[in-house]
Design a protein around this ligand. Structure first.
Ligand code: ATP
Length: 307
């Protein structure tokens, strides 16, 4: 039996290795593919962030493939330093808004503007420098935890990395490990939980210190204590930054300046939490449903709204 087990175990290791590399390649090609979708206009100038960071989606139509329109006349504004949250069923177009703001793709009609500047008219790199993303699933490199956090700003000092880790409440966790910030992360190193990965992403964003933030809330399970802690950290990161929250749960959106309820690529409802509850429509129904959900046990899956 042991003779059979060892080669099988060995094959398992090789399989995981190949699978991981394929996943990395897949991610890389997906990113390259996206980058081919947009190009700088001739003579494009950098985005002027001294003019502010308010965001405007003006009558935006968008399709990934011409035959299948995804967004229809989407129109909203995020005033400088404010937070707008997007909710709605799975596939309604929430994450697409974030991808358009980061200019993975160009819109087919209408425009996306930052401080009045059409993002198609300025350099793509300057738009991306101005935006920090806390994604659903943070990509970690097979490198040290210091490298994984410092990636937010190449050249950051150890003291700056530690300060960002402290602010993201992950410093104590790192410092408790024998190798501290030199601990390897990834396939053969330390595996981080969903919440810890999001904290790494928050620390990266703090280091980058961008005026604009896109927070694509994790659909994956976080226990409720962790979820509340991450929410509090995000709120403090978002303070003073122009923030788009793509929300899969309603608890994150209560304090937003405006909430957009998306349905099939259109804004079906909009307003503050109180206004939407008073309106008694889709949002109010989603909210009521969520209140009746049993509180998740620690570590149990938290049902996501519409996902
Ligand atoms: P979820 O809550 O599940 O994350 P979402 O509201 O964020 O969903 P999007 O990811 O914005 O939805 O997707 C909107 C629509 O666009 C979906 O029908 C999806 O299948 C489609 N879509 C997303 N990405 C692509 C792509 N790269 N190519 C073609 N279609 C896509």
């Amino acid at each position: 039996m042991i003779q059979l087990y060892i080669p099988l175990n060995f094959l398992g290791v090789i399989y995981r290795e190949i699978k991981q590399n394929l996943t990395d390649l897949d991610k890389m090609f997906t990113l390259m593919e996206r980058d081919r979708e947009v190009a700088d206009a001739p003579g494009a100038q950098p985005l002027d962030t001294a003019r502010g960071s308010g965001i405007r989606f003006e009558q935006v139509d968008f399709a990934y493939e011409p035959a299948r329109p995804i967004l229809h006349g989407v129109d909203f504004e995020i005033p400088d330093g404010k937070t707008v949250a997007v909710v709605g069923p799975s596939g309604s177009g929430k994450s697409t808004l974030g991808r358009l703001l980061y200019r993975f793709y160009d819109v087919q009609a209408g425009s996306v503007r930052i401080a009045g500047q059409d993002i198609r008219a300025v350099t793509q790199s300057s738009v991306r420098r101005a935006i920090g993303i806390v994604p659903q699933d943070t990509v970690l490199f097979n490198d040290t935890i210091a490298y994984n956090i410092g990636y937010g700003r190449p050249g950051a000092s150890q003291a700056e990395i530690e300060a960002a880790a402290r602010a993201a409440h992950i410093h104590d966790f790192i410092a408790a490990m024998p190798l501290g910030y030199q601990t390897m992360v990834g396939e053969r190193g330390l595996k981080l939980s969903g919440g810890e990965k999001q904290r790494v992403a928050i620390a990266r964003t703090l280091l980058k210190n961008p005026p604009i933030l896109i927070f694509d809330e994790a659909t994956s399970a976080l226990d409720s204590a962790n979820e509340r802690a991450i929410q509090a950290e995000l709120q403090s990161v978002a303070r003073g930054r122009t923030t788009l929250v793509i929300a899969h749960r309603l608890s994150t959106v209560v304090d937003a300046h405006e909430i957009l309820v998306m349905e099939a690529g259109r804004i079906a409802e909009r307003g503050s939490h109180a206004q939407l509850l008073a309106a008694g429509g889709r949002y109010a129904r989603m909210w009521a449903l969520q209140q009746n959900e049993p509180a998740p046990a620690a570590g149990a899956a938290h049902q996501a709204v519409g996902s």
